[in-house]
Design a protein around this ligand. Sequence first.
Ligand SMILES: [Zn+2]
Ligand SMILES: [Zn+2]
Length: 327
Amino acid sequence: MRAMVLERASRALVEQRIPVPEPGPNELLLKVRCTGVCRTDLHILDGELPSPRLPLVMGHQIVGTVVSQGGLVEGFAEGQRVGVPWLGWACGDCRLCRMGRENLCERAEFTGYQRNGGYAEYAVVSPQFALPLPGSYADLQAAPLLCAGLIGYRALAMAGDAQRIGLYGFGSAAHLIAQVARYQGREVYAFTRPGNEAQLIFARSMGVDWAGPSDMPPPVTLDAALVFAPNGNLVPRALAAVVPGGSVICAGIHMSEIPAFPYELLWGERTLRSVANLTRRDGVEFMELVPRVPVHSEVTAYALHELPRALEDLRASRLSGAAVVRL
Ligand SMILES: [Zn+2]
Ligand SMILES: [Zn+2]
């Protein structure tokens, strides 16, 4: 099969022909239809995450159809469409799994990081982590729901009943979650990369209550801020923008260093926290919610060999919404 492989020695992304993987007794073999590109892929590529399995097929927002299944798998039919997120496997047995926090499982394996992912024609996945996708969504539109949407949804849930929500970084996750927040009756304040006029126009087109560059304070005090951009400088700015008792939630897996800031920014019972990974329950809840909103995903499609260009477009914020690789 064709695959984009992150090579061990060169750490470069190279298109290769590799064998179609064989599903084990409790695994599914999927034919990949498309895979959403995520900023986490850039962090893996740049060596900012500590333990990728190399050589590696990245890609953790997989939309695929079941081709075959191991002998122990039940409940799937050939041709059935499923979505595979970042959490590819959890043990179910460690202290955190038993607490219902499988997103923090000590032995978790992540798709396109420790297990081969979706930038290939086929992928082997765990059936327990193959999520149902809303039938009304085309493949390309469904892919960004699987990480950008899901992690964004988990971050939004951490904001509790906050009415005025700030979104720092208006890319794949923010454009989906802005729609969910508006549907829930919240006000949305979008912060875009300074100087990126296209991103500002895109944010305004998504029906947010206000949009402005991230070096500008919002017109009102926020109840919560979700930080999607991987820029640690945004954290003190977001803390300064939230009300006493408000929260700042960092939703990315990696961020540049957060600069020192005066304690008064945290004082007043403000909360600063991160959101890590997802649980299957998040996935099921979110996939039920999206058609009700309905969430529209804005997508730019790339061919498999164009993955490096998709990643560089994402790095430079040259695209509106989400990048998706079509197989
Ligand atoms: Zn992701
Ligand atoms: Zn576990």
